[in-house]
Ligand binder design. Structure first.
Ligand SMILES: Cc1cc2nc3c(=O)[nH]c(=O)nc-3n(C[C@H](O)[C@H](O)[C@H](O)COP(=O)(O)OP(=O)(O)OC[C@H]3O[C@@H](n4cnc5c(N)ncnc54)[C@H](O)[C@@H]3O)c2cc1C
Length: 497
């Protein structure tokens, strides 16, 4: 049976026997579910977590656990590193990032409370080093905890809000912040009375004759079991990037070139369950995928061109925005033109092929098979912009404007087919996770297709359309920040007295 058809809603009858009863049942023990369970328990609720895997963590534990935080004058980490960040500044940035797809209410609520959320995360015992890495990086390999993880310093964002670093990552050397965060969350949860059932796949809800939620059905030890719920069910089972049927249904364009990025149980179960309760799903055609061609940051001095030899993006943008604009080019063909002195292999994509090397732009163009006067004209025009001190075409920040005039020149193939070719793939090509799901309020309450709240149903994390809404405007940290923050909100709402 396909993943999508496994979920169901059962109506109470004499054959449904409840094995237990809880105030709040949390489906999925990742970032959103763990935080939801903890807040519900702290609010006095008797909580059960049902987790499909044999341990908690989900994609959150796999992640770098960068969280996108700021506002309120600055988080304690931003302040310690000398940065001031007003709530309005953060709102302006996020509103521009998600354009008409953003949820203004969630953005405002998040910006108003993100600095407090950071204190909450720290209170779990997650440690952050009060030092900033201000280079153009994705994840620090050294142990600084504050960094730029989005487009803050790139046009058009730099022109409309003050650039401030908002990426908060647990202090460590190497890339395993998610494990540090989840271990701390789990330790705290273990010290409470929260009940956890592993190897328990939630299959659906139990409703009464009036369609009101009464319980949850799940499969464990090859048996379907039912638990009764008093106050609320929280769906926090992650996104749907591992569900081929849903991906080909909702993201057919991206599925042609992007590869799934997540844990194996990103099957969309929570979204399916919500849909069976007539919940509204939104933003299902949006996903994150990145082209992390840097670091080293000197690669930013190069220019991206498409198969017609034209530029298409300011190269100082964040990897997800670069990825989005690459995806918009004909056949997703994209090449980086770089001069020798600025070239070092990219740390994430060092195997990609250099398709031509030459001493003049004309020779490079010919060797790489471009039409005459395409690549060469673009490179010369770019050099004119550099010499004028203003990139009139794409407004790359003057910091990254450097004349390309010292041969040899090289052309590196960042086309998506090259990135996904088994010869070159290093799992850093256009890796994708989903940004659509159940429509919720900032409280975590799930809305139906008529905009009405579905009683007793809550959701958070990638099961919902949360804070991050587009890859084009995504900053690293917006997903874990959203999942953990709105997970907490769902836990508080579901356990209300
Ligand atoms: C390698 C990697 C690095 C990343 N780095 C970052 C980063 O630094 N910052 C950032 O913001 N984002 C990052 N992301 C994205 C981010 O990690 C996820 O989008 C986010 O953690 C999702 O949180 P969640 O709570 O919604 O889901 P998860 O943390 O995935 O939790 C969902 C849980 O539900 C369980 N589950 C699924 N179905 C069922 C079911 N039917 N019944 C019971 N349980 C079920 C799963 O097993 C899982 O444990 C990264 C992703 C990856 C893969």
């Amino acid at each position: 049976m396909s993943d999508s058809k496994t979920m169901h809603i059962a109506t109470e009858n004499s054959e449904i026997i409840y094995t237990d009863e809880f105030d709040v049942i949390v489906c999925g023990y990742g970032g959103a579910g763990g935080c939801a369970a903890l807040e519900a328990s702290r609010n006095g609720a008797n909580v059960l977590i049902l987790e499909r895997a044999s341990d908690g963590g989900g994609s959150t534990a796999l992640s770098s656990c960068e969280m996108y935080l700021g506002g309120s004058g600055g988080t304690s980490l931003q302040k310690a590193c000398g940065f001031e960040d007003s709530t309005q500044n953060m709102i302006d940035y996020m509103e521009l990032a998600f354009e008409d797809k953003g949820d203004a209410e969630k953005i405002k609520f998040y910006a108003e409370n993100a600095a407090q959320h950071f204190e909450w995360v720290k209170s779990l015992g997650v440690t952050y080093k009060e030092a900033a890495h201000l280079g153009r990086i994705v994840v620090p390999e050294s142990n600084e905890s504050l960094l730029y993880t989005g487009n803050e310093r790139a046009y058009p964002f730099s022109a409309s809000s003050k650039p401030v670093p908002r990426g908060h990552v647990p202090s460590h050397e190497g890339d395993f912040g998610g494990k540090i965060f989840f271990d701390a969350l789990k330790k705290e949860i273990t010290s409470t009375k929260i009940n956890i059932s592993y190897d328990s796949r939630v299959l659906g809800l139990v409703v009464d004759a009036n369609n009101a939620i009464c319980g949850v059905s799940y499969k464990k030890d090859n048996m379907i079991q039912h638990v009764k719920v008093k106050k609320g069910v929280i769906l926090a089972t992650g996104g749907f990037v591992m569900n081929d049927e849903m991906i080909s249904n909702y993201l057919p364009f991206q599925s042609d070139f992007a590869a799934p990025y997540g844990n194996p149980w990103d099957k969309g179960d929570g979204i399916q369950i919500g849909m069976l309760m007539n919940a509204n799903v939104i933003n299902m055609d949006e996903a994150f995928f990145g082209v992390y061609f840097y670091p080293p940051e000197s690669l930013t001095y190069g220019i991206f061109i498409n198969s017609s030899g034209n530029r298409f993006v300011n190269e100082d943008s964040y990897g997800a925005r670069i990825g989005y604009f690459c995806s918009q080019q004909d056949k997703q063909k994209a090449y980086l033109l770089i001069q020798n002195e600025d070239f070092s292999p990219s740390i994430y994509m060092d195997k990609l092929p250099i398709i031509a090397v030459a001493d003049t732009f004309e020779e490079l163009e010919k060797e790489a098979g471009f039409e005459p006067n395409t690549l060469s004209a673009t490179a010369k025009k770019y050099n004119d912009y550099v010499n004028d001190g203003c990139d009139e075409a794409f407004r790359k920040d003057p910091q990254w404007l450097k004349e390309i005039c010292n041969p040899p020149y090289a052309l590196i193939d960042y086309s998506f087919d090259a990135q996904r070719s088994p010869a070159y793939s290093q799992e850093t090509g256009p890796l994708m996770f989903t940004l659509g799901g159940l429509e919720t309020l900032k409280t975590g309450e799930v809305l139906d297709k008529n905009g009405a709240i579905i009683p007793k149903l809550f959701a958070a994390g990638r099961t919902t359309a949360g804070l991050p809404r587009t890859g084009k405007g995504y900053s690293s940290g917006m997903s874990v920040g959203d999942a953990t923050f709105f997970g907490r909100m769902a836990g508080k709402s579901a356990s209300k007295k």
